[in-house]
Design a binder for this molecule. Sequence first.
Ligand SMILES: Nc1ncnc2c1ncn2[C@@H]1O[C@H](COP(=O)(O)OP(=O)(O)O)[C@@H](O)[C@H]1O
Ligand SMILES: [Mg+2]
Length: 322
Amino acid sequence: MIEAIELTKTYNGFSAVNRVSFEVAEGETLGLIGTSGCGKSTTLKMLNRLIEPTAGRVFIGGEDTRKSQPEKLRRSIGYAIQETGLFPHYTVAENVAVVPRLLKWPDKRIARRTEELLELVGLSPEEFTRRYPHELSGGQQQRVGLARALAADPPIVLLDEPFGALDRITRRQIQQEFKQLESLLRKTVVLVTHDIFEAVTLCDRICVMDRGIVQQIGTPKTLVFQPDNDFVRDFFQADRFQLELYVTQLQDVMPWVSAQESSSEAAKRYTEEEHLLTVLEDMEESSLKSSRVQIVDRQNQPILTTHCQDLLTAFYRFKESF
Ligand SMILES: Nc1ncnc2c1ncn2[C@@H]1O[C@H](COP(=O)(O)OP(=O)(O)O)[C@@H](O)[C@H]1O
Ligand SMILES: [Mg+2]
């Protein structure tokens, strides 16, 4: 759906972005992650031509973006940024409706869509449609920015630190909601963030950048367990244990479970897709040693029952297998 080939942006001889290449498949979410100033936002803006590349190309749906009109291109791609870029003299509803208006949707359709979107991002329409941006908290402004990016239901959405203004708890909450948004599941998304947990929660694959250069592109699991170089290893070093348990699913460790329980009495049930961290956090509350875990498939059929402790042993075997 999106193909970036050797994208480069140079400012007075300084390479802000240096030959960055990646592909994003239809329906996939790709994260761009790295320390501040590594070229994430510049890369993102070259995708919708808010910044013209010094060299390199972008193809969207097989079309070279140099051949399309920038305004038209941007109307077909949702875009939300941390600073929100809301128009201060427009109400919330008017801000959300910017692209549908440009596309000349009928008023009724715009009103319906605006209401639907505000509900989607957790802002009650009755309360918020007529407010102005300065009457909202930073987090609420970001939600409006997100609603605006999704307004015309674009197949591609570019997000630059979209949850950056939210406190940590709210951010974790909205990330979970965001992950489950029906209307986002099928979209092709590029998400810029410096928050590792945000990236591994929301992204199918992550592109790690440093000083304008791609260091590694891979699934969260690959980046955490098979870093290509020291930069990537160090980048994921803080909270490593927690992160490892977070990217590991029960189906990953299942083959390494040696001790199975014959009885599933009082066992807590989890699906194969569940993350190991979730299971262990649940267990921490009860007494870890005696806790039984039953793993079930999507049809809720039991696959195996084991002790929580044995899951952890299996995790270490799984880890060594890399
Ligand atoms: N218009 C500009 N002129 C000169 N340098 C710029 C300009 N925009 C960005 N840069 C530089 O390019 C680098 C990458 O910036 P940016 O893409 O915004 O980083 P990130 O989003 O990863 O924090 C930074 O070092 C920044 O200072
Ligand atoms: Mg940035």
